[in-house]
Design a protein around this ligand. Structure first.
Ligand code: SF4
Ligand code: SF4
Length: 151
């Protein structure tokens, strides 16, 4: 059966499944034992790079700019994977594919939105779009503590 033979809604589902298969890395059976779920996670390779190529690809504007790194809002991300394909630094991972040394960024990406960051009086939460907020100029303690990347 071809997508064109299906009712409109069914055809849409087929298209989305095919897109998902293209964007998603090979599924992993790794068990996530953290209490936080993230779809895609930005790791260390973004720190002090931040060229924002991923931001341009995000259909829902949910990649927020800190001071030294970008962060994906887990509540706003629609799990499309477009950002990961665009990141030539290899900084973006699907949550189940994080290497061990990047696992702390899973909870840390979420904490950027749920915790009160230094110099702020409330969590960022889910503002519904990063562009309107612009550069927030603050990072999580984990990212702030990382050594500066050599130019
Ligand atoms: S494309 Fe990758 S390195 Fe560039 S800003 Fe986005 S996450 Fe960071
Ligand atoms: S997976 Fe899609 S929606 Fe989520 S941050 Fe990346 S581009 Fe945006």
């Amino acid at each position: 059966m071809f997508a064109g033979d299906l009712a409109p809604n069914a055809a849409l589902k087929v298209t989305l499944v095919l897109c998902d298969k293209d964007f998603r890395p090979t599924p992993s059976l790794r068990l996530i034992t953290y209490g936080v779920t993230m779809p895609y996670v930005i790791g260390t390779a973004c720190v002090d790079v931040m060229h924002k190529a991923c931001v341009l690809q995000c259909p829902v504007d949910c990649i927020y700019e800190g001071a030294r790194s970008l962060y994906i809002n887990p509540d706003e991300c629609v799990d499309c994977g477009a950002c990961r394909l665009e990141c030539d630094a290899g900084a973006i991972y699907y949550e189940t594919d994080l290497p061990d040394d990047q696992l702390p960024h899973l909870a840390d990406n979420a904490a950027f939105f749920s915790e009160i960051l230094p110099g702020r009086d409330a969590p960022i939460g889910s503002p519904g779009g990063a562009t309107a907020l612009g550069r927030l100029g603050v990072d999580t303690p984990l990212v702030s503590a990382l050594a500066p990347r050599n130019p």
